[in-house]
Structure formats: C-alpha cells, structure tokens
Write a protein that binds this ligand. Structure first.
Ligand code: AMP
Ligand code: ZN
Length: 114
C-alpha cells in the first residue's frame, strides 16, 4: 500500500467512497464523476501502479478484478452488456496511478472507443 495513493487510502478507509463490492483481493466503488448511469471503479487491494506493471507475481489481482466485474455487472442489472475500460499511463489518460478498471453501463454506449 502507498500512503500517497488516493485509491490505497480509500481501501484503507481513510477516504470515504460509495462501496459496491469487496473481497480479499478487490474493492469496487462508484466513480466520483460518473460518465454513465453505472460507473464503478474496480480496484485491486494491492498497489499496482498501472496495467504496465502487471506480471506473473501480481496477475492474480487482474483475474480477481474480472471475476468481480462479472459479479458487480449482474448486481447492477447490466445483463444487456457493459464496457470495461483501463487507462494506462500518460498517453492512455490515466490520472490515478493505481491500477483500476472502469465498469460502465446502464445506457447504450457508442459502438467504438478507438
Ligand atoms: P483514470 O483517469 O482512468 O485514472 O480514472 C480515475 C478515475 O477516478 C476518474 O474517473 C475519477 O473520477 C475517479 N476518482 C478520483 N478520485 C475519486 C474518489 N475519491 N472517489 C471515486 N472516484 C474517484
Ligand atoms: Zn495505491
């Protein structure tokens, strides 16, 4: 955990968040600036700075994030589909340097992001 990281501080309970899901590996909470009716951030409980830092020592957290995404999507009523977004690094538009997945849905999204 990193004392200067906002998501580590949310996981530790030092900063409030609207919790949606939690297990041993993952914490999920609502984005403070939602871009869709459902906008949940799915965050590993280990400080991994970005997708560029994933390797065989920590990839279990990625798997657990995606297990959580499927559960949360069902709980949020997203049976008709959703989008998962990861921004990585400066060129990828990442603003919080703690790996996270945006789970976005509840509306028909545009067909392409790239
Ligand atoms: P990214 O730009 O992919 O790094 O996404 C960071 C996301 O974190 C943005 O969508 C922000 O709105 C969101 N965010 C930042 N601070 C908080 C917070 N305290 N609680 C919930 N979401 C936050
Ligand atoms: Zn962190």
């Amino acid at each position: 955990m990193n004392d200067n990281c906002i998501f580590c501080r949310i996981i530790k309970g030092e900063i409030p968040s609207a919790k949606v899901y939690e297990d041993e590996y993952v914490r999920a909470f609502r984005d403070i600036n939602p871009q869709a009716p459902v906008h949940v951030l799915v965050v590993p409980k280990k400080h991994i700075a970005s997708a560029a830092e994933v390797d065989e020592s920590n990839s279990v957290y990625v798997a657990k994030c995606f297990e959580a995404i499927a559960k949360i999507a069902r709980g949020e009523g997203l049976e008709n589909g959703f989008r998962v977004v990861n921004n990585c690094g400066e060129d990828g538009g990442q603003t919080v340097m703690h790996l996270h997945y945006h789970l976005i849905g509840g509306v028909k999204l545009s067909e392409k992001v790239v």
